[in-house]
Write a protein that binds this ligand. Structure first.
Ligand code: PEP
Ligand code: MN
Length: 335
């Protein structure tokens, strides 16, 4: 249930609604809007009677929220969430490109690629210091040393940093270094990790799980908002499907579907969907055409030597070319 207050409602009237919700044993979540305040009712085990609130001073509407996800839903918040970072906005018409290698391998590698993606117009540098790998024998990342390299990339290039946390320990460290914390596909339903990430002040980019439905993905995002972090970016990275032609199926229907269901920004990761670099530019362009708020793209200056995901990493000239194509598709909407 969403209680919508009159635009002239006083703080005391808003407080009275909050008190009543709490007296019923539920959780009240005030949602400040541009024009008026709305108060979400959470943790109610069954339907709430609207009549309990409709006769209270300052209340204009009591809207039942039909979805299992509440805080992330459009029913709760009609306007798009905009993530604000120094010099960058994500969502509501702004477009962001986050690019870099799959994994941080060395300072030289990171700085070289950061220079290339910055020059081409990316606003955020990506690169994993902690890598969730299918094989325990594959490169697992540099850990804290990788985070320090990312810090240097930020200092030297001014690019913002997104990097992945894979567990509670790495989350603490990643939160000290990253501008945006990435929760990967494999951890989309790691609910204790989501709760911890929900307590951070940084934005969190939440990738879609490998076989997650849209509802499961939004419920995972709900964990982050329910813990108090409203700055969530969803990232479609493809789901498991039949076929050898691509690593995953980039489900671009989620872009308009998320926009319908939720106010959160949605970006696409064509690299992990494609699994091979020749498919990345067409998928990136398709994601933009579908209305994505941005892209996450793997780029490497020497992909044949990359320690992780080299086959899907764009060569610098391919990334530069793609950025030019994207500018043509979305002129004037870059942060
Ligand atoms: C990554 O971004 O490098 C990554 C591991 O992605 P995903 O969680 O989508 O597999
Ligand atoms: Mn990768």
């Amino acid at each position: 249930m969403l209680i919508v207050m009159d635009k002239d409602a006083t703080p005391a009237q808003i407080d009275a609604v909050v008190q009543k919700i709490e007296a019923l044993g539920y959780l009240a979540q005030p949602i400040p809007g541009g024009e008026r305040v709305a108060i979400g009712i959470l943790r109610n085990p069954g339907p709430v009677d609207p009549a309990l609130f409709l006769d209270m001073p300052g209340v204009t509407q009591a809207i039942p929220v039909s979805k299992p996800y509440k805080l992330v839903s459009r029913e709760m918040q009609r306007h798009d969430t905009v993530i604000r970072l120094p010099g960058l906005e994500i969502g509501r018409g702004s477009f962001v490109v986050m690019a870099g290698p799959c994994a941080i391998e060395s300072e030289t590698q990171a700085l070289t690629i950061a220079g290339i993606v910055k020059e081409a117009g990316a606003q955020v540098f990506r690169g994993g210091a902690y890598k969730p790998r299918t094989s325990p024998y594959s490169y697992q990342g540099l850990g804290k040393a990788g985070l320090k390299i990312l810090q240097k990339v930020r200092q030297e290039t001014g690019l913002l940093i997104i990097t992945e946390a894979v567990d509670h320990d790495s989350l603490k460290l990643v939160a000290e270094f990253a501008d945006i914390v990435q929760i990967g596909a494999r951890n989309m339903q790691n609910f204790t990790l989501l709760r911890k990430a929900g307590q951070l002040r940084q934005p969190v980019l939440l990738k879609r799980g490998m076989s997650a439905t849209l509802a499961e993905w939004l419920m995972a995002a709900e964990y982050l908002l329910a813990e108090g972090n409203p700055q969530v970016i969803l990232c479609e990275r493809g789901i498991r499907a039949i076929g050898e032609h691509a690593r995953n199926l980039l489900d671009l229907a989620t872009v308009p579907a998320v926009r319908r269901e939720s106010h959160l920004p949605i970006v696409a990761d064509p690299s992990h969907a494609a699994g091979r670099r020749d498919l990345v530019p067409p998928l990136a362009r398709a994601a933009v055409a579908a209305g994505a708020d941005g892209l996450l793209i793997e780029v490497h200056h020497e992909p044949e030597k990359a320690l992780s995901d080299g086959a899907q990493s764009l060569y610098p000239h391919q990334f530069t070319r793609l950025m030019q194509d994207l500018q043509a598709l979305r002129p004037g909407s870059w942060s």
